[in-house]
Design a protein around this ligand. Structure first.
Ligand code: NAD
Length: 286
């Protein structure tokens, strides 16, 4: 039986979510997406116009397909949580059913049970500000979009998951080490995400018999990373200092995700796995 996957956090072909989708399809899974509401229109237009066709190519020559594409905003759990200004915002008003609980309901109705849940999203409105200058609002927004969103997804999608299923998210080593420039509470959000991965592994492991892991990825020039501003420097730093001196390809993260989400990793849960060319192991810049 082909596995069924839901991936939240794909809005172009440049990020980790796309690469995970690809690795999962190469392995025979059926993939549906949750796309951030404000990004959905441009994603669907680009998709229809063939802008992603080159990167949709699978090794068997076929193009990657998505079973369903849902609008989603992982900052809201139920429609009652949506403030008036968002509900009436013109980028949101044309869409419906995009809060986490509503997307889970739609997935259950359209797909039924799923095996794989992927959280590949983050947002920190004050990411360019040092923690010393971050407002309470900005800090909490980073935690809400980048960490609580995983908790919310496991709460709502856990009941739809087959036993033996697995959840994965993406984190960054700024949780453990000081990475100047990764601000706005994003380092705090990643620390929370990694801690929550352990607690969710226990709670959802006992309750739903599913596994929960996170991948700590090296730098990639995705859209989200470009918004932070220093990604080119990070890529260069990693190239110069990591044990493996090459640029990280998103598909390397996709492949490890496919492994962690497969029965090959049936004994692995609550784990933060580095896919960073080994940069995290260095104690001294070279
Ligand atoms: P990306 O831009 O491809 O992915 C981020 C996605 O999050 C986007 O599609 C965006 O639309 C979506 N998003 C933002 N707010 C959302 C919300 N409220 N609800 C739903 N979706 C929302 O960039 P990426 O770098 O591939 O990021 C994916 C994950 O990888 C993130 O968790 C990021 O922190 C993590 N990560 C990235 C790097 C890097 O260097 N790029 C390194 C380590 C970890």
């Amino acid at each position: 039986r082909g596995k069924k996957a839901f991936i939240a956090g794909v809005a172009d072909d440049q990020g980790f979510g796309w690469a995970i989708a690809k690795a999962l399809q190469e392995a025979g899974a059926e993939v549906s997406l949750g796309v951030w509401v404000p990004a959905l229109n441009i994603f669907e237009t680009s998709y229809r116009r063939g802008k992603f066709d080159e990167s949709r190519k699978l090794s068997n020559g076929k193009l990657m397909e998505f079973k369903h594409i849902y609008p989603m905003d992982a900052v809201f759990d139920t429609f009652a949580d949506v403030p008036e200004d968002v509900a009436t915002n013109k980028r949101y008003a044309g869409n419906s059913g995009w809060t986490v609980s509503e997307v889970a309901e739609r997935v259950e109705k359209d797909i039924g049970k799923i095996d794989i849940l992927v959280h590949s999203l983050a947002n920190g409105p004050e990411v360019v500000k040092p923690l010393l200058e971050t407002s309470r609002k900005g800090y909490l927004a980073a935690l809400s979009a980048s960490a609580y969103s995983l908790v919310s997804m496991v709460q709502r999608f856990g009941p739809l998951m087959n036993q033996g299923g697995a959840v994965i998210s993406l984190t960054y080593n700024a949780s453990n080490r000081i990475i100047p420039g990764y601000g706005g509470g994003m380092s705090s959000a990643k620390a929370a995400l990694e801690s929550d991965t352990r607690v969710l592994a226990y709670e959802a492991g006992r309750k739903y018999k599913i596994r929960v892991n996170t991948i700590s990825a090296g730098p990639l020039g995705s859209r989200a990373a470009k918004a932070i501003g220093f990604i080119d420097d990070m890529i260069k730093y990693s190239y110069e200092n990591a044990p493996i001196q090459k640029e990280l390809d998103a598909i390397e993260v996709g492949n490890v995700a496919a492994f962690l989400l497969s029965p090959l990793a049936s004994g692995v849960t609550g784990h933060t796995m580095f896919v960073d060319n080994g940069l995290n192991t260095m104690g001294l810049a070279t």
